[in-house]
Structures are given as C-alpha cells and as structure tokens.
Design a protein around this ligand. Structure first.
Ligand code: FE
Ligand code: FE
Ligand code: MG
Length: 166
C-alpha cells in the first residue's frame, strides 16, 4: 500500500472503504442483471435491447475493476465472496423473472437511477477531500448517466412503436 497516497486522503478512510465496497457489490450485481437479462429478454426490438444490455454489462464490469483497484490502493479489502454482494450492496438485485423487454428495461432503468444516486453521494463525500477517488467516481457517474439515457431512449422507441400499431 502506498503510504503517502493514503495520507493525502482528508476523510475517514474506513467509511470511504465501506461505501466503495458497497458500490463494488452493486456493480457485480448490475453486471449479472444485464448479462442474464440479455440472455432471457423477449419481445419487440429484442436485438437492439440485447446489444445495449451486453454493452452495459461490460461497462459495469469495468466499474468493478476501477472500484476494486481503488479499494486496494487505500489499504482495504474488496469484497472477497459473492455471498457478500447482496449483503453490502446498496442498490440490490432485480431478477428478470418477467423477460418482456419493457419490464427488463424498466428494471435496469431503476438500477441505473440507484447507481446515479450512489455515485452522486460519493462525489459529495469525496469532493475537496480525496481527488483521486472523486475523479474515478466522476468517470463512473458519467457512464451511469449515459446508461440511464440509453435505456430510457430504447423504452421510448418501444412505446412509440406500440402506440403506432393501435
Ligand atoms: Fe456501473
Ligand atoms: Fe450502469
Ligand atoms: Mg450504452
């Protein structure tokens, strides 16, 4: 662990590590929710939805990598077992038991909105206190805002298509 790198952090590192581990668990659950969603989703515009779900899955895994790396840098231990994911996660997991596109999109939009709140809070927590974590969180937050928009726009297209059929 880099001693000076941790010394320059002007906040309670244990509290920060808890928040980062909660976000790490969120990312793994989000990864799986997208990954399995892409496998089971059914209905109109399925192909476009699958592409977006698969891409988001990959991006959530990228967020998990950033978080785990930062946790180690700060002298913490990233969650070591999948058993812990549901316990420490802030956003939880929504199983796509109903595979209809509209339902899967709505579940993932809800997940992204939770992620946006989580990272927005982390920005407030680290602002002017831990620029390295702040910068990482800002990168992740920008992706989550994009994710919400991508899914909302697919949901809108789907809605339009179904409206015009009537
Ligand atoms: Fe993410
Ligand atoms: Fe996301
Ligand atoms: Mg996207």
């Amino acid at each position: 662990m880099g001693k000076l790198g941790k010394e320059i952090v002007k906040l309670d590192v244990d509290v920060l590590l808890k928040k980062l581990n909660s976000a790490l668990a969120d990312e793994w659950l989000a990864y799986y929710q997208y990954w399995i969603g892409a496998k089971v989703v059914k209905g109109p515009m399925k192909d476009a939805v699958i592409s977006e779900l698969d891409l988001h899955a990959t991006e959530e895994l990228g967020h998990a990598t950033l978080l785990a790396t930062r946790i180690v840098q700060l002298g913490g231990t990233p969650v070591l077992s999948p058993d812990e994911w549901a316990k420490v996660s802030g956003c939880g997991y929504d199983a796509p038991v109903d595979p209809y596109v509209e339902t899967v999109l709505a579940q993932n939009i809800k997940g992204e909105q939770c992620a946006i709140r989580t990272y927005s809070d982390l920005l407030d927590f680290t602002r002017d206190k831990d620029p390295v974590t702040y910068n990482m969180v800002l990168t992740i937050l920008s992706d989550e805002v994009e994710h919400e928009e991508d899914l909302a726009s697919l949901a809108e297209d789907l809605e339009m298509m179904l409206q015009h059929r009537k």
